[in-house]
Design a binder for this molecule. Structure first.
Ligand code: CA
Length: 268
């Protein structure tokens, strides 16, 4: 644990320089025990001492408990730090962390399964490495711990590290380059997640086709009279080609007098 500003404890994690996009977002749970509301798990206080009342707790009569936070929009996420109630690892066994684009509970929770806890006695503070894009982070647990009647969820803090789609950097204040496919890049280094848009090149997708080239890989040519051709279509402005060139992309040589003489000569 690390003591942060205003006396709040933050969980230690190698990703803590990243933005916690779950902080103070709208959280809900399927039921609440006493005052242990869902919002306690996104209040920025990762204290795992249950008596401090900064943990959530589902009702001990809730047979199918879950906890969910709405990040407000789809986020590009790289990982999660979970701080569970200390000395209750058995209740953590079997939990599933799922990221979804819908808050609907239809036939269970659909989405990307980031993690399923198979250990019977897991660490109550753990970092889950999971690259995923989504808006809702679910913590559910179908497993009843020894001594309990139903599964119980007691999250003291859930931190989701990442950035809004289209941004990256320690504070998420740098835009992904224009050439990223779908506008999405990795939060830590800005590399495009889905590669480059057509007509954008380079490891960082920050280079456009050189003048006189076009196509998805910029390996087609054009010889326009005005400026260069459209990098996507290869069309020249006003369909005007440089002298000596023709065709819709102005990349076919016109047969000049010397060409005709040469052809005639070769035929003889
Ligand atoms: Ca908390």
């Amino acid at each position: 644990m690390t003591l942060g500003p205003r006396g709040i404890y933050y969980s230690d994690t190698h990703r803590r320089t990243k933005m916690n996009v779950a902080l103070n977002k709208a959280a809900q749970q399927s039921s609440t025990y006493q005052t242990y509301v869902a919002a306690n798990a996104v209040d920025g206080n990762a204290t795992a001492d249950w008596t401090v009342e900064t943990c959530s707790h589902t009702d001990p009569n809730d047979p199918v408990p879950y906890w969910v936070v709405d990040l407000g929009e789809r986020m590009t996420l790289e990982g999660f730090n979970i701080t569970y109630r200390q000395q209750q690892p058995l209740r953590m066994s079997g939990f599933r962390l799922i990221v979804s684009n819908t808050s609907l509970m239809v036939d269970g929770i659909s989405g990307t399964l980031c993690y399923e806890e198979a250990r019977l006695n897991p660490p109550t503070i753990q970092y889950i490495d999971c690259f995923v894009i989504g808006q809702y982070v679910f913590y559910e647990d179908p497993t009843t711990a020894p001594g309990d009647l139903v599964p119980i969820i007691e999250l003291c803090e859930l931190e989701a590290f990442g950035c809004r789609n289209g941004s990256y950097g320690p504070d998420c204040n740098t835009s992904c380059v224009e050439g990223c496919q779908s506008g999405i890049c990795y939060p830590d280094n800005g590399t495009c997640v889905y590669g480059c848009k057509p007509t954008w090149l380079g490891d960082k997708c920050d280079q456009v086709c050189m003048n006189g080239t076009w196509g998805a890989l910029c390996n087609e040519t054009c010889f326009c009279d005005i400026d260069t051709c459209n990098v996507s279509t290869g069309m020249c402005q006003e369909d005007r080609c440089q002298p000596g060139w023709q065709g819709i992309h102005c990349n076919q040589r016109k047969q000049g007098i010397s060409d005709i003489i040469l052809v005639t000569f070769l035929k003889v």
